[in-house]
Design a protein around this ligand. Sequence first.
Ligand SMILES: C[S@@+](CC[C@H](N)C(=O)[O-])C[C@H]1O[C@@H](n2cnc3c(N)ncnc32)[C@H](O)[C@@H]1O
Length: 196
Amino acid sequence: MQALAHYPDGHADGVDLSPYALERAAEAATERGLADRLTLHERDARSYVPDGDYDLVLCVGSTHAFGGFGGTLDLAGRHVNPDGVLMVGEGFWQVPPTPEALAALGAKPDDHTDLAGLVAAAERAGWTPVYAHVSDSAEWDDYEWSWVGSLTEWALDNPGHPDSAGTLTAAREHRDQWLRGYRNTLGFVTFVLRRI
Ligand SMILES: C[S@@+](CC[C@H](N)C(=O)[O-])C[C@H]1O[C@@H](n2cnc3c(N)ncnc32)[C@H](O)[C@@H]1O
């Protein structure tokens, strides 16, 4: 949406498996007056075949859809014009992971690399960062409190709902995994990549 707002002649396609995520995206596009320039597709990003190539492809916090960082560079990267930009947001180990962090994430140490390792992987795949934003601690906290807080609020506002207790438990479990596990261990970077 930011990209569309910056480029008044631009059009965008958004792809997600979740009808709820797409519904929210459609609402946000309407609120921002961008709906006529955004087409939403409810489908697997791996099998999404666009009509043409794109000046910009974004995959932020969703590399699992393409089987990881390398798969995203390859599969999402295929949709990018020769001079276009690929923007990928991915996790990395800020510090070597503790056993608590690994248990919280259900991860193995080599499921992520460090930041330099991600850059090296991008370059091996033919992409190089022309910029990157590393999310700071306040941004991570905001993301996690929003994640946990929205579920908690919903559960508290809907005490009679059959999913209420389970939702509260899910929020608590996630909060514990974050606070006792991976907080300040798992980092997040958003790369702006161009082809080498
Ligand atoms: C953590 S969210 C990130 C959403 C968004 N990129 C953002 O930054 O707010 C991950 C999203 O990926 C979607 N997703 C997961 N697997 C997918 C797939 N194979 N194809 C398309 N979307 C997928 C989920 O439905 C979810 O909306």
